[in-house]
Design a protein. Structure first.
Length: 449
């Protein structure tokens, strides 16, 4: 029985050695050669901190702290390569899994990837007889100039030809999940999000978001985009292309979205509240994602119900005809505000505006410049001294500090009427005549749609 005990002790010692040995097997002597060859293939300096091989629990190779480039635009915390042992004896080596942890990409790093891939392909004279079955990405982070994407995890399952069978991506907080599956020469996209905020641009938060579509290496066609946010919903479709800059086209139906929190999320002054209905058609062409908002073009009819126009009181402006500096401050409550919006690279043109609220009715056209400067005219119909009067008002100031003041003809007519017939009826009659005369001889041509 002693031989059994000796074998047992031998096996135990062997296992102990196998457990401890991996920590002493260092391949750091090979690092300079690996760095040199990788730098030549990628056309960028590559540095590696350490290189180790472990036998347990499964044989694997670990590479720590990889950096590509001199400015740290591409960094990888750890890469673990797990081979299929029996395949090491065959002509085609099989890698069961490549696990990549702690990837950090800057915006410059992302822009470099296509060039690095092209350089690597040219430097490789013959295809390497290696087949990878699975690639796992953990704790990845993309750092852009003004925002960050992640951290997120991803996994790709590959077939015998090295092509992806399926790709899944998920943020670590579980708010966004994306799956991509190849179908012929395209990729089927299916994304679901809950309580998720856009990582780029406007800080819009989606209660629910569903995106379905098909993509290629150059573009994507999103046939179904549905979202619930700010008490309402959006349904639409869009196409995105990125082979020559970034191009966007699409259309949507907006229902019952509360404007005030949406404007705040967009970084705009919350000067309008109420629930909006709209059917926008939009497009944009920009060099990158950050320039997309400034290049946006949009055209839509709209209707806002049960809202408030903050910063200006139209009724007060129409009845305060002799205030030279115009009417500032206050608010205009309305039952319905409708019109047409045309957005072109930051300039917003509101035409066919109609406001209705109790004793107030107004219509007109207003333009907002890219610097939020206001111009235009509103015709307000109000009751003065028991008489309904139409008062043309010029629009000036800014979105945050709007200004309404009566036109010159209206003020002159009101002054003459007051002098002849006295305050009240004379002012009302004169203002009406002044506005009518100005409209007859001095009305500006409406912008064509």
């Amino acid at each position: 029985m002693k031989w059994i005990k000796r074998i047992g002790l031998g096996v135990t010692a062997l296992l102990a050695i196998l457990l401890v040995l991996p920590y002493f097997i260092s391949l750091n002597d090979y690092i300079p050669r690996i760095e040199k060859e990788a730098s030549v293939k990628l056309g960028e300096p590559v540095t590696v901190k350490s290189l180790k091989v472990a036998l347990l629990p499964v044989p694997r190779l670990t590479v720590d702290d990889i950096a590509v480039g001199t400015t740290g635009d591409i960094q990888i915390g750890k890469v673990t390569v797990t081979p299929e042992l029996m395949s090491l004896l065959t002509s085609v080596k099989v890698i069961r899994a490549i696990e990549i942890r702690g990837v950090v990409l800057t915006q410059r790093g992302i822009q470099r990837i296509p060039a690095l891939a092209k350089t690597g392909t040219k430097a490789q004279k013959q295809p390497t007889p290696v087949r990878v079955e699975r690639i796992r990405l953990d704790d990845a982070l993309i750092r852009l100039d003004k925002a960050s994407v992640g951290p997120f995890d991803a996994e790709a399952i590959l077939n015998a030809a090295g092509e992806p069978v399926s790709v899944s991506i998920a943020t670590q907080d579980g708010k966004l999940k994306l799956s991509v599956k190849p179908e012929n020469s395209k990729y089927v996209i299916d994304a679901i999000a809950q309580g998720w905020q856009l990582p780029l641009g406007a800080a819009i938060v989606f209660d629910e978001l569903t995106v379905k579509g098909v993509a290629t290496l150059n573009d994507a066609s999103l046939s179904e985009v549905r979202a619930k946010l700010y008490g309402g919903s959006v349904a639409g479709a869009a196409t995105v292309a990125w082979s020559k800059g970034l191009q966007l086209k699409g259309k949507a139906t907006i229902t019952q979205i509360e404007l005030r929190p949406l404007l705040l999320a967009l970084g705009r002054p919350a000067t309008l509240s109420g629930r909006i209905h709209a059917s926008p058609v939009f497009s944009a062409h920009a060099t990158g994602a950050e320039q997309l908002a400034g290049a946006l073009r949009l055209d839509t009819p709209f209707e806002v119900k049960s809202g408030v126009l903050h910063g200006v009181d139209i009724s007060k402006a129409a009845t305060s005809l002799f205030i030279k500096e115009g009417a500032k401050g206050g608010e205009t409550r309305f039952e319905q505000l409708s019109g047409h919006l045309a957005l072109d690279r930051g300039t917003r043109r509101f035409t066919r505006l109609k406001i209705s609220s109790g004793s107030l009715a107004a219509d007109g056209n207003v333009t907002v410049s890219p610097r939020d400067e206001l111009s235009g005219r509103i015709n307000a119909n109000v009751k003065v001294a028991g008489t309904s009067t139409g008062v043309p008002l010029n629009v000036a100031g800014t979105v945050q500090s709007p200004l309404l003041y009566p036109t010159g003809g209206t003020v002159t007519g009101a002054a003459v009427g007051t002098a002849i017939l006295g305050p009240g009826l004379g002012t009302t009659t004169g203002a009406k005549v002044g506005g009518w005369v100005e409209g007859l001889f001095g009305k500006k041509e409406e912008p064509k749609q």
